[in-house]
Design a protein around this ligand. Structure first.
Ligand code: SAH
Ligand code: SF4
Ligand code: F3S
Length: 447
């Protein structure tokens, strides 16, 4: 235990937005003189930033918070805090159910963390009277003025909006993250400028539904364009797009700007219009397919990825077959497929589940197998192509090789270690194995 008890460790579960939030928390604590450490045994404060999207996500994150309790036994005075979406979902019950947890702070209340930690520092030993729960939801918080403390690298995430107003029937996010609010474009651009000056070359703009970004003056394509204009930034990515709001203006903006990556994550959730209606997704199968046509018309080499839920209440064999046929028709480059998990507060929580766990697992496996073949086929289509990659570093499998990503987010491995991370180079794709492409260097393109 250090004398000032100001070392914190943070572990993050859930989506990219949550990872960004952990950087916000590190930014808030860093300003107050706390130091981030990357091993729990070195820390005085252990933070677990949690996700509620599926039950399994909650179980994992809370299990980890319980396990971290061993550090309290080893070093008296160590504090454990739970952050994130579970706090909004379960409220003070977290403190009742998890004796190792000293404080719980919901996503809109992170500015209060230094105050909570001060109270704990002043309290002696294992004084539980300072256990705290904080939830300032609906405050309109955007952390707009907080500069996140990021681990230095080539890429950075920037949340451009928070919350979600869509209330898809299965989804807890609008209930735990509150209403949509956008940060002013000028502030986002300022953050991007600062990042570029620090050596970041790739930024990903984040929101639960970036297409509904609106700061009163700019829509999302306007914002993308402004970010892409910043010198030093070589690539701009974004996620996630809701199909109902994906506009032709957005697709054209991506097509018109070399720096805006031709990768669109467009969660479809189901291929059955009937299920989509019950899910409250506000589009039909046909409307979704039209959006895909629009995207591919303007962005022929687009990387198109999606999310799917299998086993939603009432999903019949015929509904499931429609999802399978949609996968085959669209040929996504990748798909994240999830088993439906009923969530509290959501409207679908009131629907009777009609499939057994075994049936859900079987559907999940079947779709994963279908998608695997499609992903391989899509990757093979790149063989022979010449394209640009951003070099990220050595390949995970072999330090002798370098790896980078194509604009469409696919990984390319190159037999060359001398390539510097952060460089854009032109490669010829020569082979494809599993989800990885292999290539050879054709030319350097310096920024
Ligand atoms: N904002 C994003 C996704 C947020 S959650 C969007 O609108 O697309 C990420 C994914 O988790 C969703 O796309 C959905 O496929 C899945 N998901 C959300 N709630 C779920 C639930 N209750 N059970 C299973 N999967 C779920
Ligand atoms: Fe959840 Fe739907 Fe909002 Fe995405 S758009 S976060 S799936 S409610
Ligand atoms: Fe999970 Fe919260 Fe993200 S529920 S998916 S961490 S917004």
């Amino acid at each position: 235990m250090t004398a000032d008890r100001k070392k914190f460790y943070i572990e993050t579960y859930g989506c990219q937005m949550n990872k960004y939030d952990s950087e916000i928390v590190a930014g808030i604590l860093g300003k107050e003189g706390y130091t981030q450490v990357f091993r729990p045994e070195e820390a005085d404060i252990l933070l677990v930033n949690t996700c509620s999207v599926r039950e399994h996500a909650e179980t994992r994150a809370l299990g980890r918070a319980d396990n971290l309790g061993v550090f309290k036994h080893k070093t008296p005075g160590v504090r454990i805090g739970v952050l994130g979406c579970i706090v909004q979902n379960r409220g003070e019950k977290i403190l009742e159910d998890h004796s190792a947890v000293d404080f719980a702070v919901a996503p809109d209340s992170y500015r209060q963390l230094p105050k909570i930690l001060n109270n704990h520092r002043e309290a002696s030993g294992d004084d539980f009277s300072v256990r705290a729960f904080l939830d300032e939801s609906d405050s309109g918080e955007t952390y707009d003025d907080v500069y996140p403390a990021r681990v230095k690298g080539l890429s950075a995430w920037i949340a451009v909006m928070r919350g979600c107003d869509n209330f898809c029937a299965y989804c807890i996010v609008p209930h735990v993250r509150g209403r949509e609010r956008s940060r002013p474009a000028a502030h986002v651009v300022e953050e991007v400028r600062k990042l570029a000056d620090e050596g970041v070359v790739e930024v990903t703009l984040l929101g639960q539904n970036v297409n509904s970004y609106d700061d009163g003056t700019h829509d999302f394509p306007d914002l993308l364009e402004k970010v892409a204009e910043q010198n030093g930034i070589g690539r701009v990515r974004f996620a996630t797009s809701h199909p109902k709001d994906l506009s032709e203006k957005l697709v054209r903006t991506v097509a018109d700007h070399e720096k805006i990556c031709s990768h669109i994550h467009l969660p479809v959730q189901s291929g059955s219009t009937r299920i989509l209606r019950v899910m409250n997704r506000a589009y039909t199968r046909e409307a979704y397919l039209e959006r895909v046509d629009l995207i591919r018309k303007h962005l022929p080499n687009v990387g198109l990825t999606t999310d799917i839920i299998v086993g939603f209440p009432g999903e019949t064999q015929s509904d499931f077959e429609q999802t399978k046929s949609l996968l085959r028709e669209v040929e996504f480059d990748g798909a994240f497929i999830f088993k439906y998990s009923p969530r509290p507060h959501t409207s679908a929580a009131g629907l009777k589940e009609t499939l057994t766990e075994g049936e859900k697992i079987a559907r999940l496996q079947e779709l994963n197998a279908v998608q695997k073949t499609i992903t391989q086929k899509r990757n093979q289509m790149h063989i022979g192509r010449t394209a640009q990659i951003l070099v990220e570093g050595p390949s995970k499998k072999s330090l002798k090789d370098a790896m980078g990503r194509l604009e469409n987010n696919k990984i390319v491995v190159l037999p060359d270690t001398k390539l510097q991370p952060g460089k854009f180079v032109t490669v010829k794709i020569t082979d494809s194995k599993g989800i990885t492409l292999f290539g050879e260097l054709v030319d350097f393109k310096f920024q």
